[in-house]
Design a protein around this ligand. Structure first.
Ligand code: PMP
Length: 360
């Protein structure tokens, strides 16, 4: 049976070949007779998986040598707490924030528990349908860091300008577009991402962090929230999310075989263009975001005939086009086009949208 196309915002569709490999590893890892799920995290076999996964990401994103790569639990949300605990001075600590959606606001709210948060740009007055230009932002030179959510999963916007000029570390939540388009790691102090969109499965976050920022956690920081501990213990201070690390390794190899981030970016540009071009010309559907703020990975739109929404989702599901509903805070539709969504999936979706439009 052909697999349906799953446009979920996350946990998201995975490459079919990776799922097949993983199902093998689930039962019997490389002929050893036992599963990845049954492996000691202190074994040489797991250490190989961990090293390969880390090397895979380092190569895909050209992560400089003076950056550590950590595989942590608690999703991207725990990073909302770990970043201030590790980067904000205990006395008079502060951070500048660009608040461009729900996740950015949640990250800012958490940071506020540990110090002063200054919102230096926001898209709230536009209902988060456009991403502010950051290039000319005046960043507080005394803040401990600047936090940016570089792609907004719920609203479908992305950072499109150059980064502001600042000497303080820039922290990016890149959960929903990591590996979908190039990111210059060297411009950031920390990049973090939940794995369940473009990296692998839920239960893990990836953190790339400049080594000079490690080891400065506040005294009261719980041991498991200290980047220094995780870096020293190779992301295995306690039992790590072994299967999630394994899955990420498979996805990184798959991505590399397709030509790496630049090749995936080209493909993602083609996928997004196909959908946005259709939406721009449609008499029934309309995109929520215009111009360069448009995300490549999360496309949000609505329909002029909201009374047909139930029929729309029912028919789409029957056609094997799954999870087109927008986030509950926005409504309408959201189509996630992460790396594992093939061009054929977008072609099938656009064909369905055209047919649905023609019927109304
Ligand atoms: N940041 C962004 C940009 C997200 O899209 C999400 C999840 N959709 C989160 C943070 C929270 O991630 P998690 O559920 O892994 O904690």
């Amino acid at each position: 049976m052909a697999r349906p196309y799953n446009f979920c915002g996350g946990p998201a569709t995975l490459p079919e070949s990776v799922l097949k490999q993983a199902s093998q590893g689930l039962f019997d890892y490389q002929g050893r007779g036992y599963s990845v799920l049954e492996m000691s995290h202190r074994s040489g076999v797991y250490d190989e998986i961990y090293q390969e996964t880390k090397a895979g990401l380092r190569s895909l994103m050209a992560v400089p040598d003076d950056y550590d790569i950590l595989f942590l639990q608690g999703g991207a949300t725990l990073q909302f707490s770990m970043v201030p605990l590790n980067l904000m001075k205990p006395e008079n600590g502060s951070a500048d924030f660009v608040t461009t959606g729900v996740w950015a606001e949640k990250a800012a709210a958490e940071a506020r528990r540990f110090g002063t948060v200054r919102e230096i740009a926001s898209s709230k007055d536009q209902n988060h349908t456009a991403f502010p230009n950051l290039e000319t932002l005046a960043v507080n030179p005394n803040a401990d860091y600047l936090h940016i959510t570089t792609n907004n999963t719920i609203y479908g916007t992305r950072m499109h300008s150059a980064l502001p000029t600042t000497a303080i570390p820039i922290v990016a939540d890149a959960s929903s577009h990591i590996l979908a388009e190039p990111l210059d790691v060297s411009r950031y102090g920390v990049i973090y991402a939940g794995a369940q969109k473009n990296i692998g499965i839920a239960g893990m976050a990836v953190v790339m962090i400049k080594q000079e920022l490690i080891g400065k956690a506040r005294k009261e920081t719980p041991v498991l929230l200290d980047y220094g501990i995780h870096a020293a213990k190779k992301s295995a201070y306690n039992t790590p999310p072994v299967f999630a690390v394994y899955m990420a390794g498979l996805v990184f190899k798959w991505a590399q075989a397709l030509g790496g981030v630049s090749a995936l970016h080209e493909l993602n540009l083609a996928k997004a263009k196909l959908l946005y071009d259709f939406l721009d010309g449609s008499s029934l559907f309309f995109p929520l975001v215009q111009g360069p703020s448009r995300s490549l990975t999360n496309v949000t739109f609505r329909m002029h005939r909201e009374d047909r929404a139930d029929a729309f989702h029912e028919e789409a599901t029957a056609r094997g086009l799954l999870n087109l509903k927008g986030h509950r805070s926005v409504g309408g539709m959201r189509v996630s086009l992460y790396n594992a969504m093939p061009l054929e999936g977008v072609q099938a979706l656009v064909a369905f949208l055209k047919e649905f439009e023609a019927k109304i």
